[in-house]
Write a protein that binds this ligand. Structure first.
Ligand code: SF4
Length: 241
């Protein structure tokens, strides 16, 4: 699959406040993901091809973002998410460079699985990286993909001193192991990091068109509290958005 040069394949876009990075942000959902998380709430964004997605030139996107500047209040800006936005890094990187050069706050939400994330790091003001599980075998079982590059990229950001926001989806039967997560992160200097827990939901279930496999995956408020308590006890800062 080769995308048109200078085009990003976009499934949808819209404004969102604080949940996709700081402040009010114009959020672009890019088509295509290399993971197959069984709980994915954006299953329509997983295939590389989707008739509902549109090829848009990076010049057109840049102009649209610049026209939207007045809306970027409370420290807002632009966010690229997915799917997995770094699959389109060939086009995303020059766009991020141009946006940074114009003083626009840039954020990406990523599963962290591609080496190209590091090349983009300099041009991302606010990286949000998901970690589904610190154990590779379990990660592969539930996402269809190794976590090795994700861990490398997380370590890169933690060691770089750049701020990083790490998100952990909490899925009953998959990753309710707060000590394992906390032990993994405690190896590093996390003074530049915040951690957020996203409890399982089923808002995107219909997008699977009957192929949804998750059962009994909801987590209790006590489970979220337990993650928070264990992370905080190890000096890992937690946030809610
Ligand atoms: S990484 Fe995100 S977009 Fe990709 S399958 Fe998993 S939850 Fe869905």
């Amino acid at each position: 699959m080769v995308y048109e040069v200078n085009d990003l394949k976009i499934l949808q876009k819209g404004f969102n406040y604080s949940q996709d990075g700081p402040g009010n942000r114009l959020v672009y959902h890019l088509q295509g993901c290399n993971f197959r998380c069984r709980w994915c709430s954006n299953a329509d964004a997983i295939p590389l091809e989707n008739l509902a997605a549109r090829d848009v030139s990076i010049d057109e996107i840049y102009d649209e973002i610049m026209r939207s500047r007045m809306m970027f209040f409370d420290g807002g800006g632009v966010t690229f998410t997915g799917g997995e936005c770094t699959l389109q890094s060939g086009e995303l990187l020059p766009l991020l460079k141009k946006l940074k050069g114009s003083g626009i706050s840039t954020c990406i939400e990523t599963n962290g699985s591609l080496p190209s994330l590091r090349e983009m790091a300099e041009y991302i003001d606010y990286p949000i990286i998901d970690l589904k599980h610190p154990d590779d075998e379990i990660h592969k079982k539930w996402t269809g993909h190794s976590n090795a590059q994700t861990l490398e990229n997380i370590e890169f950001f933690l060691n770089s001193g750049k701020q990083v926001h790490i998100r952990i989806p909490l899925i009953n039967g998959v990753n309710i192991c707060p000590e394992k997560f906390a032990k993994y992160f405690s190896q590093f200097d996390t003074s530049n990091a915040v951690f957020e827990f996203l409890p399982y939901h089923e808002f995107g279930k219909d997008k699977w068109q009957g192929r949804y496999e998750m059962e009994n995956a909801f987590v209790s408020a006590e489970t979220v509290d337990e993650f928070t308590r264990i992370f905080n006890s190890r000096g890992l800062k937690t946030v809610k958005t």
